[in-house]
Design a protein around this ligand. Structure first.
Ligand code: GSH
Length: 218
């Protein structure tokens, strides 16, 4: 029997969306428990389910809870065969996951939690330094694997490819309207993004979900 999955996160995209995409891509049912920021005291008090007082947590059947978003991503990638064919491919996937996670961290910080001049400076650092360098690396991976005709590694989609598409959603948020052309020099990344977004199950999910929404002013 297939295991049951319960995913605990806030009712926003952020760190949770990557994990939702993975389930959707594999057409695996999972239950969602979505919290609001008012639930934080309750979350902090429940150390059994949220060992660091943070979200997300994934519960798989009767196992110990899995926390840390990328531990969840890697767990699911292993379970669902989305983690490359060998150690070498996994090293590339890991490099992409860690690089994009660092970008997202700074992106969310600049978007939602910074204000005024601090926000302008932080966005500039992300969009003019951090992201171009990270995207150059991703473009290079795509180029060297079948000249951009395939995926980051091998000939099948992995969590690395899914992460690229999820990051691009954040980049394209209306909050970043001053940085519309950050992807202009990366044709292979744009192509990969379309491929992931148009893969059958993710396409159906995105059509139903609509644009990602955050409760923060643009
Ligand atoms: N390294 C952790 C970070 C988790 C994290 O910062 N979660 C945020 C939501 S995206 C949270 O729970 N914040 C509430 C708080 O820290 O009080 C992960 O990747 O899962």
């Amino acid at each position: 029997m297939a295991p049951t999955y319960t995913f605990h996160y806030f009712g926003v995209p952020s760190r949770g969306e990557f994990i939702r995409y993975i389930f959707k891509h594999k057409n695996v049912d999972f239950e969602e428990v979505n919290y609001t920021f008012d639930d934080l005291p309750k979350i902090k008090a429940n150390e059994a389910l949220f060992p660091l007082g943070e979200l997300p947590t994934l519960l798989v059947a009767n196992q110990e809870p899995i926390f840390q978003s990328h531990a969840i991503v890697r767990y699911l990638a292993n379970e669902f065969n989305l983690y490359g064919k060998n150690n070498e491919e996994r090293a590339v996937i890991d490099q992409v996951l860690d690089t994009l996670k660092e970008c997202e961290q700074k992106l969310w910080g600049s978007l939602f939690f910074a204000k005024g001049d601090d926000k302008v400076e932080k966005q500039k650092a992300v969009f003019e330094k951090l992201l171009p360098r990270a995207l150059r690396y991703v473009e290079k991976c795509l180029k060297r694997n079948n000249n951009g005709e395939a995926f980051l590694v091998g000939d099948a989609i992995t969590v690395g490819d899914i992460h690229v598409a999820v990051l691009i959603e954040t980049i394209k948020l209306p909050h970043n309207k001053n940085y519309r052309n950050v992807l202009d020099n990366f044709p292979l990344i744009k192509k990969l993004n379309e491929k992931v977004r148009n893969s059958a199950a993710i396409k159906t999910y995105l059509e139903k979900r609509g644009d990602p929404k955050y409760p923060f002013p643009e």
